[in-house]
Design a binder for this molecule. Sequence first.
Ligand code: DGJ
Length: 695
Amino acid sequence: MINLPVKTWHLGDPHQSLVLASFDNRLPEAVYWGPALPTGESHKTLSAASLMDVTGGMVDENAAISLCPEASQTFPGQTGLTVRSRDGNPLAPAFRYESEAASEHGLTLVFADKALDLTLVLDLTLTPETSLLKLQTRLESADIVQVDWLAAPVLPVPAHTGEMIEFSGRWCAEFLTRRLPFAPGARLRDNRSGRTDHAHFPGLIVCTPGTSNTQGEAFAFHYGWSGGHRMVAEELADGRRQVQFGHAGGSQAAGRHFVTAPLYATYSAGGFNGAAIRFQRHVRDAIVQDMRTPRPVHYNCWEAVYFDHKLDELKAIATHAAGLGAERFVLDDGWFGLRDDDTSSLGDWIIDGRKYPDGLTPLIDHVKALGLEFGLWFEPEMINEDSNLYRAHPDWVLGPSDQTRGRQQLVLDMAREDVRTHLHDQIAAILRDNDIGYIKWDHNRVLPLVDAAQTEGVYQLIDRLRADFPQVEIESCASGGGRIDFGILERTQRVWLSDSNDALERQRIQHDAALFLPAAVTGSHVGPRRCHTSGRTLDIRIRAWTAAQRHMGFEMDPSELTEEETDVLREVTSWWKSNRDWMMRADILRLDSSDPAVIAEQQLAENGDRFAVFAALIRASDQILPHPVRLTGLDPASLYKVSLANRDQAPRLSRGSPFLKTEDLEVSGQYLMSHGLTLPWRFPDTIWVLEGQRL
Ligand code: DGJ
């Protein structure tokens, strides 16, 4: 065998192996990433086996797709680092091995360019419980340098994958997925919005053309950062492929220390679900801190009253909501300053004495007497020109004064300590003087510029408030799902997935968000009968069951509910409460529906003994007979008892006798996964809910 000076490292578990090799003390490269390798496999041999040929029309050596591909190696694609000296000259470091340290589940590898006095530190861990790689790059410089681009550790993806799924979206349509072929050149996303944003969820799934929810290979990535990211998915001219993630280009000021956010990555041999459940579990068990259980049923008053707060009306709403089963009441926008619409008062976090002459206490006391927790809305990073804060501190605004406004508001410069201290003190005073267990933390516009210091400032403010008020949970909202990522989830306990309470739209958004998010953190509310953002009128059943698939809540004016709607909502809420203990810890498995009009998912309990299936018909099917719904993740040899939880909802046009319409079924996991469940015919915009139990 060729005798190469090579160092190797291995991160592995029963699901995946990542083998790194450093040739000649250069930066390490992933010479293998895929299914778990057998013990005893020689990593040195694998390293040698990974060497590729050289032929005509090429330079004489293949530059590695190292964890930070280097310009100094004549790398034929996007490099992992673009750095300039203090006076603007491009630097092309050639890093060499310095040292390493092993932790329980990971490695820290240190490489240096002595001539340039630059050090590159690669922090790599594989969390055993969730099989998720967490990868982070640090750059230390003796001199001040300008970093235009620093990628988190770069991984290659194999040539046979061929496709990628990336995420776009908009207000009320978050987590849109798009499946694209890999093609020569780079697919570049550089999110300039300064926040995670509806249009740029920082995720990517590389897969084979045949990969589905339940089978095939997937290499999945998420960049845990709330300040805008850059992604590069590149097919080099020579055919190799690499994936890079980092902060949005040029968003870091000149300095001596730079660090990327963590890049989370995993290999799945079990389709998209294989990766999704690792992200879901990791968010729930390793990222989110201090999540209170059981998850309380929410009531949020935004779509009931908007800015028109009247104490008596809010008390009546709270009483009504409690009767439906709510356990947490969230007072939304409109309680502070002189905020009668969205043109004023952001920045003045003082209770509006016109609306609340005796403060919030009378409302809070009423809510608490009903047995509910009280939550309050803030949008701390924002300021209106019509506010006392702006009149006192016009210089606290981020960006130029002639910038375009967003929802008539400007953004505070969160990198300033005086701004953070002021916000901390105002919010802390409200939390101290009132019995508040929950904050809905909103963020309703893109930033005027991209600046990592803004995001770091927000993180600092939240961290300080969390340290002072550890019992207060926080929800991350940004006009719906504009700030959802693992960075914000390290400091919050719930996300407001979308401002669309339209159950059909929500079905799609929830389904795609489940590629990364567990039910326990994903807020989902039963909105008004006629949806305020889509104008669509939907039956209470689909609205209630859709919310019951995630962390459930209500958001309509409850006085609009008919007696029948009230009964249905109460019933579904009580179903949710009696199932939440296992469902909020279940894996959400997306089912491969052969009928594109059906969005179906299966929530499988941690021990695999029970499941719930939700199969929503979001438009009329092309064919008249319902396709059987095939399940997944069950033990083929076990028997399961399956019942149709809402069989009373079969319409009169369902004239036949499918078994589940009247009786429970006892069948094997094999049957459920191979043939699937034959369901009664139903109207569009309806949902079947099935419950299963291993016998
Ligand atoms: C946008 C949020 O997404 C809504 O739920 C609501 O809180 C409004 N902002 C309030 O202004």
